[in-house]
Write a protein that binds this ligand. Structure first.
Ligand SMILES: [Zn+2]
Length: 724
């Protein structure tokens, strides 16, 4: 500090100071009523601070303390204390017109509060002053905040805990669907009752030790109301345990009520009572673990921790430590030690880092939740949150970093270098470095070429001349059908044609040429009819379309049966398994379409996983619910969800088929590497290829949003399918 010896400081005289005993040592609590802050200092430090009267120089103050006591402070300690006093706005130089400066500081804070008020995800609403009410209630219910009640509290909480542990399976199962619509009202009612008890207990405990409670109110966190009680006067209590009890009183009563609810829940039949009790247990536990008991946020747990480690303003000290670290990073200046907690800086540092990590995690989660919950409006909410939680603190940090009152010169060149490095690193990670993703789809590996053999004419199967797996040549007869009716029709047509020929000859010899012409035309019609029937007759002989191997199941079952035209009898595989039919999820269709013509990796499911190469040949340009291959449907053990679907054939014959639940896009892949022996057609495979269409940032955001939507869907799912 410049010219420390000549510096003159004035310790503010509007501060309230009280003396406390701490582990056999005296200390002083300084309350700043304008800023609502509390500070604790040791006796020698307070001795020094209180001698800063605005006329004495710092050097004189040190000398005065040295005369008075043995625990005198050194010059460098004094420098640290003075710096801290000015930064905490507990002291000022006489020439800095003090009231103006204070008001200016208050205005800055008000601006900051307004900034927070602007954040629609975090709104604070004061409701009432409960002080008189609590005073009146004290003689009646004050005993609840005393030792005798604890003798009741402990066994009840233990029994409640065991009740839940003994029925843990049922308890865990009940969590699904707890946010289902029919449970909203009971949930909110139970929660409101718990919170009322919680805040009342804070108030009762605070009043019991002589404090007062000026304000009850509600904080809206993403529109979810969270009540609060202002019990900050508890800082004046001389006993640390009294202060801790005031902070813990809310959770103390919530745990008690939750334990009673657990006992009721374990003993009651499924129904409204059990559900109400269950709601209470879950609400109280989540509230205690995630919010109130968590010391990393400034709820009850934080104040308990601050008292336990004896560092009031643990959070502010931590913030200063982080800011100093940032200042060191950007400007290379030496961090100033956090004053008055010598030997325990590490508590402040560890806490500061954990609290920062937690804060980033929670803010990010809330932003993603807002985005996932409210869809369109969520984007606006999330944007507001980003400004309030990230941009505003960033601007404040930059202003703090650039403050000129630092003893060492600021190295702005270093600051710009570090800032540019950080921006570039962030851009690379979130905006440029691709995420090594993979697109993948299930498929079925089949023979190629593969010809399905169908009946061309209806008829009775008189003979199947091949067996499955038999090798056949092209045009070899596979099966013979018979259709006596068709044969009769052809014979009849032949007779009619012969009669017509005789009639025409008669007309010509009688010289009736026009009648002969009419007869000739009639005969042509008959002849074409006959040709058509003969073609059908030829179709009764089923031949192999290509050379290959016969594939067919239950070929014998066709013997003697009547088959419709188009019925599939068997297939002829012209080559080994080589072609894959894929079913692609619609969300990945674009990635596959862009990959047509390129190589893909094929994983064949078998005893030993096989990896092959293939080429994506084609992708259909539309999605459909047609099941591309029976083996892909869940009904046949495949990966795609299906539902029964009845299709009508020609005529009125119907058959049960399967249809996909969601539309998929079909694609074809041809293997380019040889298949190991023993792999047969019809087996399921998975086809995938690397995709770099997302950056790391995009991937993380998409994954988070998906995760939240799934969790929310689960919680909102129709519950009560399982009895509680
Ligand atoms: Zn509380």
């Amino acid at each position: 500090m410049r010219e420390l010896s000549n510096l003159v400081l004035k310790f503010r005289d509007d501060l309230r100071v009280s003396r406390q005993q701490l582990g056999g040592q005296s200390c002083y609590v300084i309350e700043d009523p304008i800023n609502g802050h509390f500070f604790r200092v040791g006796e020698p430090e307070y001795d020094f601070i209180s001698s800063l009267d605005g006329r004495r120089s710092v050097q004189d103050a040190i000398a005065l303390c040295a005369e008075r006591g043995t625990d005198a402070i050194t010059e460098s300690e004094a420098a640290t204390i003075c710096r801290w006093l000015v930064e905490s706005q507990l002291a000022h130089t006489p020439e800095a017109a003090s009231p103006d400066r204070l008001w200016e500081a208050a205005r800055t804070r008000a601006t900051r509060r307004r900034w927070y008020a602007l954040n629609p995800l975090f709104i604070r609403i004061p409701l009432l002053n409960p002080d008189r009410l609590l005073s009146a209630a004290q003689p009646w219910v004050g005993w609840l905040a005393s030792w005798p009640f604890f003798l009741l509290w402990l066994p009840v909480v233990l029994v409640g805990l065991f009740a839940v542990l003994l029925h843990w399976g049922e308890f865990a199962a009940g969590a699904q669907g707890i946010l289902a619509a029919h449970n909203w009202l009971p949930l909110v009612a139970g929660w409101a009752a718990l919170k009322l008890a919680h805040e009342t207990f804070h108030g009762l405990a605070c009043k019991r030790f002589g404090g007062h409670v000026p304000e009850y109110g509600i904080t809206l966190i993403i529109f979810a109301p969270v009540p609060y009680a202002d019990v900050s006067t508890a800082w004046r209590f001389p006993s640390r345990w009294q202060r801790i009890f005031v902070s813990a009183a809310g959770m103390y009563v919530e745990l008690f009520l939750a334990a009673i609810a657990a006992i009721v829940w374990a003993r009651s039949e499924p129904g409204m009572l059990a559900q109400a009790a269950y709601n209470l247990i879950v609400t109280a536990t989540i509230g205690a673990v995630v919010f109130n008991g968590n010391p990393l946020m400034r709820f009850d747990g934080y104040y308990i921790l601050a008292d336990l480690v004896d560092i009031p303003n643990l959070y502010s000290h931590g913030q200063r430590f982080l800011a100093d670290m940032a200042r060191w990073l950007f400007f290379g200046t030496r961090p100033q030690p956090v004053p008055l907690s010598a030997g325990r800086e590490w508590v402040v540092r560890v806490y500061a880092v954990l609290a920062l990590a937690w804060r980033v995690l929670v803010c990010t989660s809330l932003l993603v939740a807002a985005y996932a919950l409210f869809h369109g409006a969520g984007i606006v909410l999330a944007a507001a949150g980003v400004v309030a939680w990230y941009i505003v603190p960033l601007v404040q940090l930059i202003r703090y970093l650039a403050r000129k009152d630092h003893p060492e010169p600021l190295n702005f060149r270093r600051a710009w270098g570090v800032a540019a490095g950080l921006v570039i690193a962030a851009y690379l990670v979130f905006g440029w470095v691709p995420w090594p993703g993979r697109a993948s789809a299930p498929g079925v590996l089949d023979y190629w070429p593969l010809e399905i053999v169908r009946c061309e004419s209806p008829g009775f199967v008189r003979g199947i001349h091949v067996r499955s797996a038999q090798r056949v040549t092209a045009d070899q007869v596979l099966a013979q059908l018979e259709n006596p009716e068709l044969e009769h029709e052809i014979t009849d047509l032949a007779v009619l044609i012969e009669q017509s020929r005789l009639r025409e000859r008669g007309f010509r010899s009688a010289g009736e040429f026009s009648a002969a012409q009419v007869e000739a035309r009639f005969r042509q019609t008959l002849q074409s009819q006959k040709a058509e029937k003969e073609k059908l007759l030829a179709g009764l002989t089923i031949r192999a379309p290509i050379a290959g191997v016969v594939l067919g199941r239950h070929l014998d079952s066709f013997q003697g049966a009547f088959v419709q035209r188009g019925t599939e009898i068997l297939a002829v595989a012209g080559g080994p398994p080589r072609e894959i039919t894929l079913a692609i999820d619609e969300s990945q269709a674009r990635l596959f379409a862009e990959r047509v013509g390129s190589s893909v990796t094929v994983y064949v499911a078998s005893a030993e996983p096989i990896r092959l190469q293939g080429r994506l040949v084609s992708v259909t340009p539309y999605a459909s619910k047609r099941l591309p291959h029976e083996a892909l449907g869940a009904a046949a053990g495949g990966p795609l969800p299906v539902r029964p679907h009845t299709v009508s054939h020609e005529g009125d014959e119907t058959a049960l088929r399967w249809e996909l639940l969601n539309p998929y896009v079909e694609a074809t892949v041809r293997l380019s590497s040889p298949l190991p022996r023993g792999i047969r057609g019809g087996g399921r495979v998975r086809v995938s290829f690397p995709v770099f269409d997302e950056t790391i940032g995009e991937h993380l955001l998409r994954g988070l949003v998906k995760w939240f939507r799934e969790k929310l869907d689960q919680a909102f799912a129709k519950g009560a399918e399982r009895p509680l």
